[in-house]
Design a protein around this ligand. Structure first.
Ligand code: FAD
Length: 402
């Protein structure tokens, strides 16, 4: 397989690089500053836009305006809705170069892609533009206490009452639910139908009376996700996406957006390069030799991940939909992230106990120490790795179910 760019792809790539050089605000180019400020977490453009200091807000707006000029905020969206109608491989290149430059992405891709396929014209007009500008900050309400891997068992009820639905029940793991101003979710509208056929897809204003959000604090003291409760929440029927009771199919819409995992693959490479550079310059006797073999293993694995990402991207480019191949990328990347964190911790010995990125003695701003906690959830969120293994076993290898 030849992974080199074609002449057109090389031209597009150099275009993207020039754009990043010219238009990425200085604030986002200062990676040291951002790592120090944001506790080692990923860039969060929404966070900067809504809750940032005046400088962060200005940078977030400047970046959004630069992206809007080219439709690169949501490059897979059609031009008439503010996207760029890029081909899958150009999306891949764009995402790859943005990840290398650590340029923040604009959120809302999941709901946007779903609306493009299933929304009415009125819904597209109403929701797409404000999603692009960051005015709408979305959270996903799918999972429930008894419905995660087996999502079809969800129980949160939406009952039609005139021009409204009335929602009662609970959602779990609503990431960013405490920051979101809109929620998209799956709700049971027909309890008597076979379980996948009685579900509807609704969007709602998160400030509607009756919606309450309770934090879930992770083992890394991070407030990223929540429990969400619905008590007689009245949602206009105009907020139904697709048909009533056909929401399962809306929720499972295969997104055309490039989902190769290239962002994670670039981050793994960067982490390894940083770790190698750090270990090489450290004069502690025997330090490098203690972890050298592990570092080599992680380095090779990060290259494997890169190739898995390229495989998924090339399938999109060829017009085929990745299936178990995307599961392989998710499985490999999330487990690799945990292994890299452990190797990084080992390399720093007792200094790996320092938790705060602002602590001057914390190596690499405590990145690996933080990651040792934050990467745990990666193998659960977005479909657990056991489920990914089931997909690879049955669809990839043709092994029997059960
Ligand atoms: C940090 C985080 C953020 C999340 N964000 C969101 C969000 O924003 N919105 C949202 O809707 N959801 C979100 N989720 C929910 C996520 O999709 C579910 O946690 C995930 O699908 C697993 O479901 P569960 O937690 O109910 O576990 P279960 O489905 O109860 O699984 C428990 C264990 O059993 C295993 N298991 C289950 N079924 C099988 C099977 N058939 N074969 C083999 N093993 C199996 C699982 O792998 C797991 O180890 C988030 C989860 C986390 C941890």
């Amino acid at each position: 397989m030849d992974w080199n760019d074609t002449p057109q792809q090389a031209e597009f790539r150099s275009n993207v690089r020039a754009f990043l050089q010219d238009r990425l605000p200085a604030y986002y180019k200062d990676h040291e500053l951002r790592r120090h400020l944001d506790s080692g977490l990923e860039n969060d453009w929404q966070q900067d836009l809504h809750n940032g200091t005046p400088d962060q807000q200005a940078a977030a707006k400047e970046w959004a305006m630069a992206l809007a000029e080219r439709g690169w905020g949501q490059p897979h969206w059609p031009k008439e809705h503010g996207g760029a109608s890029l081909t899958p491989f150009d999306q891949f290149i764009l995402k790859q170069e943005f990840a290398i430059a650590e340029a923040p992405e604009i959120g809302g891709s999941l709901i946007g892609s779903t609306l493009l396929v299933h929304g009415t014209e009125e819904q597209k007009q109403r929701f797409l533009a404000p999603t692009l500008t960051g005015e709408l900050r979305w959270a996903q309400g799918f999972s429930e206490p008894g419905a995660g891997s087996d999502l079809g068992s969800l129980q949160c009820r939406a009952v039609r009452d005139g021009d409204e639905y009335v929602i009662n029940g609970q959602k779990l793991w609503t990431s960013a639910g405490h920051k979101a101003n809109w929620i998209f979710g799956l709700f049971r509208t027909d309890p008597d139908a076979p379980k996948h056929r009685g579900i509807s897809f609704l969007v709602l204003d998160a400030t509607t009376p009756g919606v309450s959000v309770r934090p879930i604090i992770s083992m890394g003291w991070e407030h990223a996700t929540n429990e969400t409760f619905y008590e007689d929440v009245r949602v206009p029927a105009a907020n139904l996406i697709g048909e009533q009771n056909r929401g399962w199919y809306v929720g499972m819409t295969l997104l055309d957006y490039e989902r190769s995992g290239i962002g994670g693959a670039v981050a793994h490479r960067r982490n390894m390069d940083e770790l190698v550079a750090n270990v090489k310059t450290d004069a502690t006797p025997n330090r490098a030799s203690l972890v050298k073999n592990e570092i080599v293993d992680r380095y090779v694995e990060s290259e494997v991940m890169y190739n898995l990402a390229l495989r998924v991207a090339s399938m999109h480019a060829a017009g085929t939909l990745p299936n178990y191949e995307a599961s392989m990328g998710k499985l490999y990347s999330t487990e690799l992230a945990q292994r890299v964190a452990r190797t990084g911790m080992k390399a720093f010995g007792l200094y790996a106990h320092l938790w705060s990125p602002a602590e001057p003695l914390a190596p690499l701003h405590a990145k690996h120490t933080q990651a040792s906690c934050h990467t745990v959830v990666g193998t659960i969120a977005g479909g657990s790795n056991e489920i990914q293994r089931n997909i690879i076993a049955t669809r990839g290898l043709g092994l029997p179910r059960g």
